[in-house]
Design a protein around this ligand. Structure first.
Ligand code: ATP
Length: 362
């Protein structure tokens, strides 16, 4: 995949406050990238800098090998969709979609054809004569998407485009955006604070925290191989366990002896405290062998029902201060007889554990 967008050394200060620190990122042609992070981490500021709506304090941006670092927004090649739809209420749907085309001196017939083509693309053919107020939130956002794509931009920027919609519409529209993006092949960046949204649509996720990038990876990588304690905490559910390095490639966590995961890098010195992460689904309940060193017995304290699956909170023997939260399908809940107060035997999937040694003192 050839590089389409390159950010190097991007910094942004608002007065004394450093909103972005030394951001470097390369995005490939046709990629769908999500900027994901908690409120205030700087994801919108970074998107606005790429759009030229905000000027970086330092650093450069190249798009299709053109240096656009200081180029005014109107000269850049992108379409943008905001959370708030931002349609012109006094213009018809057709005029909203045609907005960027009129300035390009195309014939009225060509514009009308292109508008109808775009309305078909977003699943709203024949709505050109309506006004925005006559459409639902999801429909308005589809129109905003059509408007952003009207000029066939090289880059599509989406700033929390689904946040204002209800849950069902959010899922529907994110799938539509994903398939549209696939069909058109337009390089896309979407800002979101919703991890499920990012995991389900992105080719790669840029996880941000306090103005820096914590990890860039595929959804599977950021979920299964979080690069930092922050990412492990932020993406998905996880059990955070405290262990101690025993030397010889082993960790002690209560009664459990666990191998130091080679993926975690060099083994810390004996006696160091280590943070372990275990996903709720990374447990084994079938075919347990007596003497398995990763086995636990827990008492169910609470069951949270989520439809087809449940999260089960357990107090684990030998780990008095380290409750565990495990995920089971409804069928497993039934077959294993899991309910509040029940005892449950399970083993940790030691090969799936993530380990983070203490950070060296700065
Ligand atoms: P959210 O999801 O809440 O929008 P975000 O990750 O998109 O969060 P930004 O909007 O990029 O965060 O803001 C990053 C930080 O920069 C925040 O602490 C914010 O208060 C600050 N900030 C953003 N714009 C300005 C501004 N114009 N002046 C001063 N501070 C700003």
């Amino acid at each position: 995949m050839s590089e389409y967008l390159r950010l190097a050394g991007i910094r942004k200060n608002f007065g004394a406050f450093e909103a972005l620190r030394d951001i470097g990122l390369s995005i490939g042609q046709g990629e769908f990238v999500c900027f994901l992070g908690p409120s205030g981490c700087g994801k919108t500021t970074l998107l606005r800098i790429i759009a030229g709506l905000e000027t970086q304090t330092a650093g450069s941006i190249h798009q299709a090998e053109r240096d656009i670092s200081l180029m005014p927004p109107a000269q850049r090649d992108y379409g943008i969709v905001f959370q708030s739809y931002a349609l012109f209420p006094n213009l018809t749907v057709a005029d909203n979609v045609a907005y960027g085309l009129v300035n390009r001196k195309q014939s009225r017939a060509d514009i009308a054809n292109r508008v109808e083509e775009l309305l078909r693309l977003v699943g709203l053919p024949g709505t050109g004569d309506k006004f925005p107020a006559q459409l639902s939130g999801g429909q308005q956002q589809r129109i905003a998407l059509a408007r952003a794509l009207a000029t066939k931009p090289g880059l599509l920027l989406l700033d929390e485009p689904l946040s204002a919609l209800d849950a069902l519409e959010r899922v529907r529209l994110r799938q539509e955006i994903r398939s549209l993006q696939h069909k058109l092949g337009v390089t896309t960046i979407m800002v979101t604070h919703d991890q499920e949204e990012a995991l389900s649509v992105a080719d790669r996720i840029v996880v941000m925290n306090h103005g820096v990038i914590e990890q860039v990876g595929t959804p599977m990588q950021v979920y299964s191989e979080p690069a930092s304690v922050f990412v492990a905490d932020f993406i998905g559910k996880g059990n955070r366990l405290v262990a101690v390095a025993e030397g010889g490639g082993m960790l002690r966590c209560g009664h459990l002896r666990l191998p130091w995961p080679p993926s975690a890098g060099a083994e810390p010195s004996t006696g160091s405290s280590v943070t372990l992460y275990m996903r709720p689904e990374d447990r084994v309940v079938e075919g347990l062998q007596a003497g398995d060193p990763h086995q636990c017995v827990g008492t169910v304290r609470r069951v949270d029902f989520f439809g087809g699956y449940c999260f089960v909170d357990l107090r684990v023997e030998g780990l008095p201060d380290q409750p565990m939260n495990l995920q089971f399908s409804l069928i497993q809940m039934h077959d294993l007889g899991v309910h509040e107060g029940a005892q449950l035997r399970f083993a940790l999937r030691a090969d799936r554990l993530r380990a983070f040694p203490p950070k060296p003192a700065a």
